[in-house]
Design a protein around this ligand. Sequence first.
Ligand SMILES: [Zn+2]
Length: 334
Amino acid sequence: MNESNRTLFAGVDIGGTTTQVVLCDDELTVLDRAGTTTPAASGGQAMINAALGVLAQLLRRTPGRLAGAGVGAAGVVDSAAGRILVASDSFRGWSGFPVTATVEDALGVPAFLDNDVNAFLRGEVSSGAVRGEPDVLGIALGTGVGGALWAGGRLFAGPHGAAGEIGHIPGFGDLACTCGGRGHLETLASGRSIGARYTDRTGRRLTAREVADAAAHGDEDALAVYRDAGAGLARAVVMTAGVVDITTVVIGGGVSRAWHLLEPAIRARLTEEPPVSGHPVRLVRARLGADAVAVGAATRARLETTPGVRAEPTPEGRRGPSGPERPHRVGIGS
Ligand SMILES: [Zn+2]
């Protein structure tokens, strides 16, 4: 195909500190990527302008025709209306901001908005570690703990967009959570909490990555902190498996870099407390890394703008033939 006729989809991940933009082809292969600092204190328009500036660079060096753009953003979003509902304190002028309308005005193509954890899971299912799997819990371990649910081959966001949010349900001890609740998984397994739990034990202040380094050197307190995080994650997996019968959990985010510590801890507890189905839950590490949210956002744009596109890839990664009978053609995750 002539490259200038190639169909392109943009994916944008607006995080608290960085904004990542990818440009994908029709098969959702990442052709180019670039990032910039998120001007979170300068307001919604400035954040969108920063993302569009990066996208313009990518479009200048990648020939093709842009067909749609997806945006993944932290916080509570109204995916159907394309606006941010609730954003964290680090963002100014972001709550209520009309993301998709602003992007559509600037680019002249359809735009779509997803919560970033939902986009992360969409990316991993479409072209990452759990490609084509129908029933998956996605967990993102970053500053906080985010969750998303893929059920029956589609994103299940729930009527309030909160389905799969296993980071903020009680039953994981009695520590105060950032959300105002107590005993949430986030108090054990977020990057911030891993540092805090180590401080509780030792009085020393380390980041989650430094705690992982200490664990690698045999620091018993550091090992215990990761063991507790893994046990909490396993419990969240078992709870989710008991409610919606997931077959697989995919874990990403910065904290998952300590996979060598988390994986054995999660597996050990899952062996002790197996799902009621009697079928073990497959545990996999996310594969798309820093691209996951942006690729997931581009996936949504492709899904919504391509007539007859199969909703999600098959387990083998093949795409079915085009046709109007394809289910879930539009409205996934909205
Ligand atoms: Zn909480």
